[in-house]
Design a protein around this ligand. Structure first.
Ligand code: FBP
Length: 550
């Protein structure tokens, strides 16, 4: 890609490292805590990971690592959706690896996990690395969603690890990709392959975390990008005073992105999927809430507003959740048994296999949403929520409800709505200073874990709300994040998605403010990410992090 003026300037940015990593690699030793347990289903998870289950949390301290300077070959894979900062993870790994031994090599597998299976890698050089420092995107080596799950794929991965004499393999990914990393670490150990497998917590969705992993990288930049856009729309709405904007934001299942954007921009309504599930609210309840805000604002002459919709909402509405889980099982079974290739015929057959309750819900939906629900699942068995236009469904339903209210005389305003979807716009933005620093630290730490011979770990940098000078780096055993879940029609060990906690501080703050936002125009416009300037403008973490860990 051609460079821009900003890119030229960003090349020169020097990411800040946590203190424990700012010393020569041979002087960084590991400290270990107590044995750990999985997030759930301990017995079953232990049964699936007999060799890597329960390892202790690792921290870094000044000490002596006599094997740090060994000449090594390490591979890196970018897996799943893009997230700002991925290039800096690789840059951090590269700088650490070269600092430990100039002759060590970093191989980048091309196109995601399939690059490993196909032994398709390039050696990363100073020239390549320097042209991607502090840039967005995953285009240095590309990404993909191939899942490594079959015996053949594990055997092939082992073959390639041996062929390339890999000392380490770093998988940069979300919950599903890190589940793959855990399985691979276990397989390598069982096969006496001495390749350390280390994961790195990536995803704009913000749902890969626990007490020790405070945030996944990319969430900061993506939410700042979406919040800029939502804030701009708020200003436009308040200027023109004629549209209701229904804005769906990415985030797959969890509503972290929607909540963070709401905390930054103060929309009239922000739906939080986790609350919908907890309170067992139906689609009709959600429509009533939105229509209520529209009607009250109309009484004040304000026929405009902002509604933020998390992209995973549809899966959390109880009646839709039941339908989707039936569809998942039926589609998985259809994949195994049906031979026809006509998608319409396949879809018709699938809908006929639903229970009568689920079929009734299915038939009540507009046909566009019906076909979006029947689209292929991703390689991990998930519904592709980014392709389900819930914001349009809500506009249609709110419109119908307001017409009803007009007939009964309880609404006299005008409702003109526009739909937006902000997803891909935020995934490859130039990483904010926060993500540039955080990712560089994660990559650096990944190499240090490899250099200490650890496997089955995910890198962690903690104390994130306090600024890099106080950040603490280390590694968390991957099995600590796992539980058993139903996928593709059977029970599998997977990393548990961290959803919005309704008793957590970010949601509490939102709940405190929303009665005001619902009626009164309170939009805030945070503006674009600033890369150069005073730290209080450029280096702020997310509202979520400030509230949770500040
Ligand atoms: P990851 O979990 O792989 O980071 O991807 C997150 C995400 O951006 C979701 O927010 C979104 O639903 C999905 O990817 C879109 O996937 P795709 O890029 O395959 O369209």
């Amino acid at each position: 890609m051609d460079t821009s003026i900003l890119q030229e300037q960003r090349y020169k940015y020097e990411p800040k490292l946590p203190a424990s990593l700012r010393q020569p690699i041979p002087s960084i030793a590991c400290t270990f805590g107590k044995a750990t347990e999985s997030a759930g289903d301990a017995e079953q998870v232990q049964g699936m990971f007999p060799l890597t289950y329960g390892q202790p949390i690792a921290g870094f301290t000044s000490g002596d690592n006599p094997v740090a300077g060994k000449q090594r070959t390490v591979g890196v894979i970018l897996s799943g959706g893009q997230a700002p900062g991925g290039h800096n993870v690789i840059c951090g790994m590269y700088d650490a690896l070269k600092a430990a031994n100039e002759r060590s090599r970093l191989l980048g597998f091309l196109g995601g996990p399939s690059g490993l299976l196909e032994n398709n890698a390039i050696e990363l050089t100073d020239e390549i690395i320097d042209s991607y420092r502090n840039t967005g995107g995953f285009d240095m080596i590309g990404s993909g969603r191939t899942k490594i799950e079959s015996d053949e794929q594990f055997a092939r991965s082992a073959e390639v690890a041996k062929e390339l004499d890999l000392d380490g393999l770093v998988i940069v990914g979300g919950d599903d990709s890190n589940t793959n990393a855990a399985l691979l670490a276990e397989y390598f150990k069982a096969s006496d392959i001495e390749t350390s497998v280390i994961g790195v917590p990536k995803t704009i969705d913000g749902d890969l975390r626990n007490e020790q992993i405070e945030a996944s990288f990319g969430f900061d930049t993506a939410t700042k990008t979406y919040s800029e856009l939502v804030g701009n729309i708020g200003r436009d709405a308040n200027s023109a005073k004629k549209y209701w904007h229904f804005i769906r934001v990415m985030g797959r299942s969890a509503s972290h992105i929607a909540l963070e954007c709401a905390l930054k921009t103060h929309p009239n309504i922000c739906i939080v999927s986790e609350e919908v599930a907890e309170k067992e609210r139906s689609l009709a309840d959600i429509v009533e809430e939105i229509a209520g805000s529209v009607a009250e604002r109309a009484e004040n002459g304000e026929n405009f507003g902002i509604v933020i919709v998390p992209e995973g909402l549809i899966e959390f509405v109880p009646e839709m959740n039941g339908l989707i889980s039936e569809l998942n099982d039926v589609l998985a079974a259809a994949e195994k048994t049906d031979s026809h290739s006509d998608p319409d015929e396949r879809n018709r057959q699938v809908s006929e296999r639903l229970s009568s309750g689920a079929r009734e819900v299915f038939r009540s939906l507009p046909s566009s949403i019906q076909s979006q629900l029947l689209m292929d699942r991703d390689p991990h068995g998930n519904v592709q929520v980014s392709r389900i236009e819930t914001e349009k469904l809500l506009i249609e339903m709110v419109d119908a409800q307001l017409s009803e209210m007009k007939r009964s005389g309880s609404y006299k305003g005008k409702f003109s709505a526009l739909s937006h979807f902000f997803g891909y716009e935020g995934r490859c933005a130039f990483p904010s200073n926060f993500d540039a620093d955080y990712c560089y630290g994660l990559g650096y730490a990944a190499f240090v874990l490899v250099a200490n011979g650890l496997t089955g770990y995910i890198t962690s940098v903690r104390n994130l709300a306090k600024g890099p000078a106080k950040w603490e780096a280390g590694g968390i055993p991957l099995t600590m994040l796992m539980n058993m879940e139903r996928r593709h029609g059977s029970d599998k060990p997977v990393i548990r998605k961290a959803l919005v906690e309704l008793d957590g501080k970010p949601f509490a703050e939102f709940a405190r403010q929303r009665p005001k936002w619902r009626v009164k125009t309170s939009f805030a416009s945070p503006g674009a990410i600033q890369y150069f300037g005073p730290p209080e403008v450029c280096d702020q973490p997310t509202e979520t992090l400030k509230l949770e860990r500040g």
